[in-house]
Structure formats: structure tokens, C-alpha cells
Design a binder for this molecule. Structure first.
Ligand code: AMP
Ligand code: MG
Length: 358
């Protein structure tokens, strides 16, 4: 791709300035891509009904066409252009969680371009709650297909600076409304399977979904989840083994177990590596800081371990901060699976290439 100038415009996150939104919407209507904030992560948006614009998403990200896109709407009336039948469960969920970080998979309207669905007969739809996202979709006059605004395989961006680091020179415009509130991507819920099933845990917890649809199934257990790694034989998780999208550019070792075991095992491994002259980063919670204070590692805290909203909001920025600190390896503790914890564990497991040290 020939480098282009990337304009970054600061937008008021609560009351987006109409002239700035119109500037971005005009680009979208003309078939361009625009980066915009949502409550989950920053999105790389294009008009969902313009194949030329959709093509740009894939080339800007380096994303394979086999990976379908989520379509973002601002009004439930837009569902009619995208689906053939609106399941009653979709209406119940929309009532409870839209606008918000829930994506539903429903039967696809044949009008939806194949670039959005990767040729599937279903489509992923969500209504974000960020005022800038809603204003932009309305001004563009069309639903926006938008994956996370990072290079394929990299960590999702939660600030405009993260986007600039990945996509600067590749997109014409980034709307900067400050850090994202939720910090992990939306929950993807399949409503086309016999029993509604979570395909990706995210910003709406399983517990919250159960208050509306008690039959919702958690994501299928990843077969690698129980595969424990052994420090002496597989200490170097290779980037090639990484499961998918959420990988930092440096290897990450994930530690699980009781809090005492987790801290002990991590600290021993940190000390061993520091002694060998390695530059080590640790990703921990506030209450773990004293343990690692004098270990020689670069420490980054994600907040209080028992407040998953805090940890989720800090997670991707924490991974990127350790990358920027040029550590050679990241050692990270795991978190409980209640609430947003399920999404946090999922992203960490992916970043660790599916291996957990206990
Ligand atoms: P991203 O936009 O990069 O956060 O990823 C979108 C997520 O939604 C991916 O995990 C996709 O596999 C998933 N997705 C999108 N459309 C569909 C669909 N029709 N069926 C199942 N999963 C989908
Ligand atoms: Mg993504």
C-alpha cells in the first residue's frame, strides 16, 4: 500500500461535534474507511453495502477474506436490510443489551455483500452505545461493517494512539474520543444454532445474558485450555503457535492456579530470566505489585483483580505498554472467570498461544 496522510481529529466523546461527524461520514459515503471509537475497542469502519469500501478494510488490516465482519447499526429498523427474519430472541436481547457490547448472529439478507459474511448465510450485527459511533452510523446513512482497527493478529486498540501505531499511513481519518470504556471486544452470540451459544466472550457477561435467556451456552471449551505447559521444556512460546487475533508481538506466558502458587511460580521464573540477562515484563494486579517490586522486571498493573471491569479496560493497553517498553517476554497472571473475567481469560489464553502454566 502506498502511504497516505492520516488525519487524527479529536471528538467530544459525549457530544460529538456535528461538523466533525459529517466530515467522517462524507468519507464513508464516498467509499473510504474511517476509524471510530466504540465502547469496546476502536473500529475500522466502511459502508456495509459498498464492496469497494469493504475491500479496503481487508487490505488496510491485512485480514484474510475468510474472516467475517460485524455490522454496526444505530437503529433497529436497519435490521430489515441485513436479515430475513428477526428471531424473537433477538428482539428480547436487543431490548435488554442494545445499544451495547453484544453482537448477535442471525440469518443473512441476500443483499448483504459476501465480503461482510465471508459467504456464510448468517450475519453478525450489533448496536454500539458510544455516542460517536451512533452519530457516525446515522450520518453515513448506512450500517457500517467494522472490525477492530489493528493490523491482523495484533492486539485490539483501545486508544487513538494504538490505532496510529498500527494503521498510521494506511487510513485517511481517525476520530479520537479518548480511551474505550469496556476495553475488550463485544460478546458474539449465535442465535442460529439450536441453543443460543456464545462464540466469543466479551463485553456482555454470561451471567447478564442468563437474566434474559437462561438457556445461553458458554463458549465451547478450547481444546488447548487444559493443555498445561511445563516451564523447563516449553518456556519459549513461539509467536507461530499463537491461537489467533489477540497476540502481542512478543511471547506471553500465562500463569494460573491459587494466588499464592501463581505468584510463587511467576516470581521464580522472573528471577531466573532476569539473572540470565533477559528483559522481562510482568502483567499483574495491584495487589501483586509488592511481590514483584524488587524482581528486576518491568511491572504493569491492570487494576484490582476482583474488579474485572477495571482489568478489561486496562488489558490491551497493558500489553501494548510492555511491547513499547521493549521487554523480550511477558509473564502474566490469570483472573477469575466471573463477569468480564471470561472474556479476559479468553484474550489472555489467545495471547499465550493456548498454553497455561500452573
Ligand atoms: P472482529 O470484528 O475482528 O472483532 O471479529 C468479528 C468476530 O465475529 C469474529 O470472531 C468472527 O468470526 C465473528 N463473526 C462475524 N460474523 C460471523 C458469522 N456470520 N458467524 C459466526 N461468527 C461471525
Ligand atoms: Mg479483531
Amino acid at each position: 500500500m502506498k502511504p497516505i496522510h492520516t488525519e487524527v481529529i479529536k471528538v467530544n466523546p459525549m457530544y460529538p461535534e456535528p461538523t466533525k461527524i459529517e466530515h467522517a461520514a462524507k468519507l464513508l459515503r464516498s467509499g473510504e474507511v474511517v476509524v471510530f471509537p466504540t465502547e469496546t475497542v476502536y473500529g475500522l469502519g466502511a459502508d456495509a453495502f459498498q464492496p469497494v469500501a469493504l475491500e479496503r478494510i481487508f487490505s488496510v488490516k491485512g485480514r484474510p477474506y475468510s474472516d467475517p465482519l460485524i455490522v454496526h447499526i444505530a437503529d433497529e429498523h436497519e435490521l430489515e436490510q441485513l436479515t430475513t427474519t428477526i428471531p424473537s430472541k433477538a428482539k428480547q436481547l436487543a431490548e435488554a443489551f442494545w445499544p451495547g457490547p453484544l453482537t448477535i448472529i442471525v440469518p443473512c439478507n441476500p443483499r448483504v455483500p459476501h465480503l461482510v459474511t465471508a459467504g456464510l448465510d448468517t450475519v453478525a450485527i450489533r448496536m454500539p452505545r458510544h455516542p460517536v459511533a451512533l452519530a457516525l452510523i446515522r450520518a453515513a446513512g448506512s450500517p457500517l461493517a467494522a472490525p477492530s482497527a489493528n493490523r491482523f493478529m495484533h492486539v485490539s486498540p483501545t486508544t487513538a494512539q494504538h490505532v496510529l501505531a498500527d494503521l498510521g499511513g494506511r487510513v485517511p481519518l481517525i476520530l479520537d474520543a479518548g480511551p474505550c470504556e469496556v476495553g475488550v471486544e463485544s460478546t458474539v452470540l449465535d442465535l442460529c444454532s439450536a441453543i443460543p451459544t456464545i462464540l466469543r466472550p466479551g463485553g456482555v457477561s454470561l451471567e447478564a445474558l442468563h437474566t434474559v435467556l437462561p438457556e445461553v451456552q458458554p463458549p465451547p471449551q478450547r481444546h488447548l485450555e487444559n493443555k498445561e505447559a511445563h516451564l523447563d521444556t516449553t518456556a519459549q512460546a513461539s509467536p507461530g503457535q499463537m491461537l489467533t487475533h489477540y497476540a502481542p508481538t512478543i511471547p506471553l506466558l500465562l500463569f494460573d492456579g491459587s494466588i499464592e502458587t501463581m505468584r510463587d511460580t511467576m516470581l521464580t521464573e522472573v528471577k531466573r530470566r532476569v539473572r540470565q540477562g533477559e528483559r522481562v515484563g510482568v502483567l499483574v494486579a495491584d495487589e501483586d505489585i509488592p511481590t514483584f517490586q524488587d524482581s528486576g522486571a518491568v511491572i504493569r498493573s491492570l487494576g484490582k483483580a476482583d474488579i474485572p471491569e477495571q482489568v478489561a479496560a486496562a488489558l490491551f493497553a497493558g500489553l501494548r505498554a510492555l511491547e513499547a517498553a521493549e521487554v523480550q517476554i511477558i509473564l502474566c497472571r490469570n483472573f477469575d472467570e466471573h463477569g468480564l473475567g471470561l472474556a479476559i481469560r479468553d484474550r489472555l489464553l489467545k495471547a499465550a498461544g493456548g498454553k497455561v502454566f500452573r
